[in-house]
Design a protein around this ligand. Structure first.
Ligand code: 5GP
Length: 115
């Protein structure tokens, strides 16, 4: 898989507002927030899209949700609720080909998400 901007955030070549880091995952604020709270949780392992997740990655993907919930609790948005979404490929609106969980919070969010 080719390098993405997120590989450079993992390696600290590019700065980001890092919210959480462990051996397997990194969370940071989105540079272009679409809600009052908008952060991304990514695996350190580069996986291009949801379609590329392998059986051995399933606990890693579950871990991303656990990390998201810890940060949501820290930020005080867990009780009111939030959207957790992972876009896939062109129709899903994916622009960075390193899977990432978007967490959007801080106001009621519209549904359905298409126009
Ligand atoms: P996607 O469109 O692939 O689902 O989401 C990519 C997200 O990454 C977008 O919300 C975009 O604002 C965010 N993003 C892109 N480049 C950077 C960056 O350099 N730093 C940070 N913090 N977020 C970025």
């Amino acid at each position: 898989m080719s390098d993405t901007i997120f590989s450079k955030i993992i390696s600290k070549e590019i700065p980001a507002e890092i919210l959480y880091e462990d051996e397997h995952a990194l969370a940071f604020s989105d540079i272009s927030p679409q809600a009052p709270v908008h952060f991304l949780v990514i695996p350190k392992k580069p996986i291009a899209t949801i379609n590329d997740i392998q059986p051995e990655d399933t606990s890693l993907v579950g871990h991303l949700y656990w990390v998201a919930a810890q940060i949501a609790k820290q930020k005080g948005v867990a009780e009111d609720g939030y959207r957790a979404v992972m876009n896939c490929n062109e129709y899903g609106g994916q622009t960075v080909y390193h899977i990432h969980l978007h967490i959007l919070a801080g106001k009621p969010l519209g549904w359905p998400p298409y126009q």
